[in-house]
Design a binder for this molecule. Structure first.
Ligand code: NAP
Length: 279
């Protein structure tokens, strides 16, 4: 029989993020889509940012609304300062504030370094790094203005940067992408150091190989997948939901003392798997 003391200790079965307002960039596809849905399932109202593909964004909104929370889609290019400023102003007007930013939007423009055009280099840095800076800056302004609301969260706000294992693993043929994610690591840590005294938690999630359109060729055939899995000690390709679950937990007060950290969600990809049998 359960004693009354045990009953009191049992955590209430409330959604982790009830009453919180979240914005996820690049949320009409892959990891961003799963994350936006995951945050909605956990009780947050969600802004679904996209740059193209309104229909896909609207479908994500519908799925989030099915949990009984609010959601809407918003078109903005995260590398365009005016559009980012407008997106956050619109969110504050419609939702009142923001509690969680997931700076997820990202892309690849692959080429050997000797063939890489300045446009390829610049596009990846603009979206993957400058885009995260612009969104983090606008979110932080609102967190600082509003401060902590204890009924909502112990923190004044949470920023989660979507990084990659390539923030620390060099990647031949992807100098622009690896440089952008290396930049995200230092951006995240610097923002975390700067904003922590104001109650703002900045962290990163670094996915390994996740089954999304961005890396379709790496898992699309059994041969490609077998080759990819040599790099993954846990021997499975990740699903977008693996990342969504990590983000949801990291955004919640369960992780309130986690500040400036990168959570690698990579099946062990960063464990130097080649050294399991060599070295
Ligand atoms: P994805 O399915 O291609 O999604 C990328 C998202 O970013 C799309 O919604 C895309 O929108 C959006 N986006 C691109 N440029 C944008 C811009 N200028 N403004 C706003 N949104 C923009 O790829 P994903 O795998 O989910 O990638 C999401 C994040 O995870 C990226 O930061 C990526 O680097 C990171 N990541 C992924 C993996 C992996 O294995 N999949 C591993 C490590 C890190 P459109 O489709 O409309 O262009």
């Amino acid at each position: 029989m359960t004693s009354p003391v045990d009953e009191n200790r049992r955590p209430a079965a409330l959604p982790l993020l009830r009453g919180q307002k979240a914005l996820v960039t690049g949320a009409n596809s892959g990891i961003g889509k799963a994350t936006a849905i995951g945050l909605g399932r956990a009780g947050a109202d969600v802004v679904v940012n996209y740059v193209a593909g309104k229909e896909a964004a609207d479908e994500v909104v519908q799925e989030i609304e099915s949990f009984g929370v609010r959601a809407y889609a918003y078109e903005a290019d995260v590398s365009n300062e005016d559009q980012v400023v407008g997106m956050f102003a619109d969110m504050v007007e419609r939702f009142g504030t923001i509690d969680i930013l997931v700076a997820n939007a990202g892309l690849q423009r692959d080429a050997a370094s000797v063939d890489m055009t300045l446009a390829q280099w610049q596009k990846v840095l603009d979206v993957n790094l400058t885009g995260q800076f612009l969104c983090a800056r606008e979110a932080a302004k609102e967190f600082v203005r509003r401060g902590v609301v204890p009924e909502v969260s112990r923190a004044a706000g949470k920023i989660i940067c979507m990084s990659s294992v390539h923030q620390i693993i060099p990647w031949a043929g992807h100098a622009n992408y690896a440089a952008s994610k290396g930049g995200v690591l230092m951006l995240m840590q610097t923002l975390a150091q700067e904003l922590a005294p104001q109650g703002i938690r900045v962290n990163a999630v670094a996915p390994g190989a996740i089954r999304t359109p961005i890396n379709h060729d790496a898992w699309a055939t059994p041969e490609a997948e077998a080759e990819l899995l040599k790099l993954v000690p846990y021997r499975r390709v990740g699903d977008p939901e693996d990342i969504a679950d990590a983000v949801t937990t990291l955004a919640s007060d369960l992780m309130d003392y986690v500040v400036g950290a990168t959570i690698y969600v990579d099946g062990g990809m960063t464990l130097f798997p080649g050294f399991a049998t060599g070295g």
